[in-house]
Design a protein around this ligand. Sequence first.
Ligand SMILES: *Cc1c(COP(=O)(O)O)cnc(C)c1O
Length: 223
Amino acid sequence: MSGLIAERIAKIRRQLPPQVRLMAVTKQVTVEAIREAYAAGVRDFGESRIQEAQAKLVHLQDLPDIKWHLIGHLQGNKAKKGLELFQWVHSCDSLKLALRLDRLAAEMSLQPQICLQVKIIPDPDKYGWTVPELLADLAKLDQCDTIKIRGLMTILPLGLSQDESLAVFEGTRELALAIKQQNWSNIKMEELSMGMSADYHLAVQAGATMVRLGHVIFGERST
Ligand SMILES: *Cc1c(COP(=O)(O)O)cnc(C)c1O
């Protein structure tokens, strides 16, 4: 093994404030590379797809202290499998999915950690709540008392300038603060899942608590 992955992780860690959680995004990444990141101290791993995650997880059962984070859209019919595999769902993107996860989690005696995926500026290519939609759904979301709603997740629209990108991340932080000030019973707003390889410096500047990093750790993906 080259040690390249460990080197990249060490370099990123030196740049991140200590309280920011580093998630290694392992879509299209081999089990061997995941083990190298684990050996370098990473314990939070992100996958976008249920099937791909399931295929890898069976080979990683000997690493019990890993947290798996789902970061891609979850279809309703895969929600149960999603809860079996993942401790965190960052891509909770509709009231319908939240209600389903809450019901399934109760049946399965699980308490998954949830982020609500928001679009601070409209982005038809992505899943998630727009700001007015999310504000309108909060009262119903607050009735979900099995899932643990921990904060917000956002993905930047394509093609933004640095200033626009920073504005989206800051808008996400401000939205979380506004929701927090409404003092809901079950909705907590302590986590901001934002920032990918290309933009994580800006996300951290805006207050990200979790960054989701793929190619800056593992190299370019093939597709
Ligand atoms: C793929 C992916 C990432 C990581 O992307 P990189 O640009 O490789 O860092 C982060 N978040 C989500 C939602 C993703 O799908």
